[in-house]
Design a protein around this ligand. Structure first.
Ligand SMILES: Cc1cc2nc3c(=O)[nH]c(=O)nc-3n(C[C@H](O)[C@H](O)[C@H](O)COP(=O)(O)OP(=O)(O)OC[C@H]3O[C@@H](n4cnc5c(N)ncnc54)[C@H](O)[C@@H]3O)c2cc1C
Length: 423
């Protein structure tokens, strides 16, 4: 890879994460004669790709729809039409990365190593002559009559087109600390308030989560804001020493985090029996069948839940000195049964805070999509500027959708900036 310092380029891409690398590749492919440069503040690029998907990089999903994203659906649809999950999978095959699909629908490299993905992207940039300059943190970008004047930590570069791919605020040690927003604000953009999304939630110390640390199971989470249900989802929940994690908790977190940041009365309720209502669960615990009646609460619940979860829920729901877990269903008083059913289907989780930006996978908030022409990813505020990836106000649920957004917006901006070259 070339590392000598050009001072004048056709396209400067700021940020060499997933979106920036995709933009560099697609721009160079669209017009091989262009001088294209990627500037990144980090010493080594791709840190977020390497840690993604537990080090395996979940590059996309078998089915990606606008409903998987939190942003105006009609705009997402236009982006996905240009580069959908099938195009992403084919693109990776063309880069030499063979993919496999897991039962959840997530696509990973067959090597189970995120390094395969990063190396393939860097190799293709190199083959196409895209220059990558690390430790080139960009401080400011100013429009000029011929394009842009870019000030970075070691000097200046001029570019005819600029693609901003500086990411959001999640995992700031990777280099994505939100500085890009300050730069694009000076170029006329607005930035909606930013919050962590896909972030584990911390529960009050006195709660029983610690005793379940490491256990995961299917659960439903319901977020209520000011008493109204704003989100309900089902999936795998992971108990940890600090609280809750796992896909369902991570996906639900943005609703709790955003409402809580607005000072709204917010609650998160857990159901251990996602396919049951309070009423149907209550009927299950008051059987008419003789054999079922003779079973203890613990033995009954163990048909559906891990033993440690059964013990924790019984201890939580216990009223008075009688051992709830050891009580047979026919000896369970109605009010005790209903208290247990409530703990099983509507357990209020005492969330105290989100775990922090260092544990968040993405950022909710950023530059509104309405300020971008999604046909080209060009700024509607500054001609010649493009914005892609997580810098935009678009985040998605867990499952490869956030990378799909990075690749798709990278393709659109790369091709547009290359064809739109000012001479
Ligand atoms: C732990 C973790 C696991 C994840 N797993 C998955 C997954 O499996 N699947 C999935 O779809 N998504 C996953 N994500 C989300 C996904 O990684 C992001 O959505 C995606 O990386 C965003 O790409 P981006 O290029 O927009 O930004 P980033 O990847 O954040 O890249 C931005 C780049 O810009 C650089 N930069 C920032 N400011 C400047 C500046 N001023 N000057 C120069 N350079 C700058 C940074 O150094 C960085 O290299 C995960 C995220 C995390 C944190």
């Amino acid at each position: 890879m070339l590392c000598q310092m050009p001072t004048q380029v056709d396209i400067a891409i700021i940020g060499a994460g997933a979106a920036g690398l995709a933009a560099g590749i697609f721009a160079a492919q669209a017009n091989p004669d262009l001088k294209i440069i990627l500037l990144d503040g980090a010493r080594t690029v791709g840190a977020k790709i390497l840690v993604s998907g537990g080090g395996r990089c979940n590059v996309t999903h078998t089915r990606v729809t606008p409903q998987d994203f939190h942003a105006p659906k009609r705009l997402i649809e236009r982006v996905l039409k240009r580069f959908d999950e099938h195009a992403a999978a084919q693109w990776f095959e063309s880069l030499g990365v063979t993919l496999k699909t897991e039962p959840t629908g997530k696509l990973f490299p067959t090597t189970d190593s995120a390094r395969t993905v990063l190396d393939a992207l860097l190799k293709r940039c190199d083959q196409l002559g895209v220059t990558l300059l690390t430790e080139h943190r960009v401080r400011d970008i100013k429009p000029t009559p011929d394009g842009f004047d870019i000030t970075h930590q070691s000097g200046r570069i001029t570019a005819k087109r600029v693609v901003m791919a500086t990411g959001g605020r999640s995992l700031p040690k990777t280099g994505s600390d939100g500085q890009g927003w300050a730069i694009v604000k000076r170029l006329g953009h607005t930035v909606t308030p930013t919050h962590p999304s896909l972030v584990p939630l911390v529960l009050a110390d006195a709660f029983f989560h610690g005793s379940l640390s490491g256990i995961s199971h299917e659960a439903a989470l319901t977020t209520r804001v000011q008493g109204k249900v704003t989100d309900r989802r089902t999936g795998s929940l992971l108990w940890t020493h600090f609280g809750v994690s796992g896909p369902v908790a991570m996906d639900a977190s943005r609703f709790w985090v955003i409402a809580n940041a607005h000072g709204q009365d917010t609650s998160l309720e857990l159901s251990f029996l996602p396919d049951q209502s309070f009423e149907s669960a209550d009927r299950w615990l008051s059987p008419t069948d003789n054999a079922a009646k003779q079973k203890t609460v613990a033995a009954t619940l163990a048909q559906r839940l891990p033993a440690r979860v059964v013990q924790a829920v019984c201890a939580h729901a216990q009223q008075g000195p009688t051992d709830l877990a050891a009580t047979t269903l026919n000896h369970l008083p109605r009010d005790h049964r209903r208290a247990l059913t409530r703990s099983l289907t509507e357990l209020r989780l005492p969330v105290t805070r989100f775990r922090g930006w260092n544990y968040a996978e993405v950022t909710a908030g950023g530059v509104p999509l309405e300020e971008i022409n999604v046909r080209t990813m060009a700024s509607r505020k500054t001609p010649g500027l493009y914005l892609i990836g997580e810098i935009l106000d678009c985040d998605a649920r867990i499952g490869g959708f956030n990378f799909q957004w990075a690749w798709a917006t990278g393709l659109i901006a790369g091709q547009s900036a290359a064809r739109d070259k000012a001479d």
